[in-house]
Ligand binder design. Structure first.
Ligand SMILES: [Zn+2]
Length: 327
């Protein structure tokens, strides 16, 4: 740690054209309106540091403020509260060091505050949080680390997280990746081979959400076919069949997955049978030659499950309609 800058002289802050309208403690409370807007105008001239702007700095006199906001909603609308407190640089430094956030602007501010090795220390503490039993801390650490690596374009860092020895961490990473819309399709495809069924399920779930979002999953059809045909976990097989159904509906050629999908029509789980029928129907609708599936689909017309029967009938209808079935 280096030397931290001295606190701003109170006389200078009181004189500052930018922040002099802000007292030692400001508070606002609003109904169906922004609590930020109800703070004195000087608030809007402060620079926000870190995710959510937990720290604010006056760009003119460098005074620091801690900032916090609360939000609650009910049927009639929402309530907001905001707190803004003048703090010294030691408090500002402690506030930034305590945060799990690894944002570049926050690290830069810590450098201003005399902490030269902030990033290294924070990376180490977030990595340590991945090992702990505290689920919430683990989620936060995963999302901070991912935001950091993605922000820097460091996919090697993402891959390290995906290779973490704890399956819970690998699941969290996959979930965080697809929740933020960053699918990295090939990584999800690769994780279909993970030893943990939960991780494989998340990988397939992520691919399905990517396909639903219109992303191109055609490069993963072969791997998905392998999962439908050979994964030991029922849920994972069904999830993979669902990705194929979604991809086929969007025009991806899934003909190399026909054989495992046909086998899946005789699965012991109705949800897998119906998903496989849906995938075959979607493929037929796109003009894929599904003649090899017709006997198995016809057998599904007497399936004990209603959804399976409906989807099989629909698939047969589509196969006939597209003229590829020759029925
Ligand atoms: Zn100021």
């Amino acid at each position: 740690m280096g030397t931290e800058p001295a606190d701003v002289d109170p006389a200078r802050a009181a004189d500052c054209a930018s922040c002099k309208d802000l007292g030692a403690h400001e508070y606002s409370s609003t109904r169906n309106a922004s609590a930020d807007d109800a703070l004195p105008p000087g608030f809007r001239r402060l620079a926000a540091i870190g995710r959510g702007g937990i720290l604010r700095r006056c760009p003119r006199c460098n005074s620091y403020f801690s900032y916090r906001r609360a939000y609650d909603s009910d049927l009639g609308g929402y309530d907001e509260e905001a707190w803004l407190d003048r703090i010294g640089s030691a408090e500002a430094r402690a506030c930034l060091l305590a945060s799990g956030d690894l944002s570049a602007d926050l690290i830069e501010e810590l450098r201003r505050l005399g902490v030269a090795d902030a990033l290294q220390g924070k990376l180490a503490s977030q990595m340590a949080a991945l090992q702990g039993d505290d689920k919430i801390a683990r989620h936060h650490a995963v999302s901070s680390l991912l935001a950091h690596y993605l922000g820097q374009g460091r996919l090697a860092g993402v891959d390290e997280l995906l290779a973490h020895p704890s399956p819970a961490v690998r699941r969290d990473v996959l979930y965080a990746l697809f929740a933020c819309g960053n699918h990295l399709i090939d990584r999800f495809g690769r994780m279909l081979a993970d030893v943990d069924p939960g991780v494989r399920n998340y990988a397939a779930w992520g691919l399905r959400s990517a396909a639903e979002g219109g992303k191109d999953v055609s490069g993963e059809v072969a791997r998905l076919a392998g999962v439908v045909g050979g994964d030991p976990d029922q849920d994972v097989r069904r999830q993979a069949a669902a990705v194929l159904a979604e991809a086929a509906a969007r025009g991806v050629d899934i003909s190399r997955a026909l054989a495992p999908l046909i086998s899946a029509l005789t699965s012991s789980a109705w949800s897998t049978r119906s998903t496989a029928a849906a995938a075959l129907g979607a493929a037929a609708a796109r003009g894929c030659d599904v003649r090899s599936a017709l006997p198995a689909l016809e057998a599904c017309l007497s399936d004990p499950d209603d959804t399976v029967r409906t989807r099989a009938a629909e698939a047969l209808r589509r196969a006939g309609q597209e003229g590829t079935a020759g029925r």
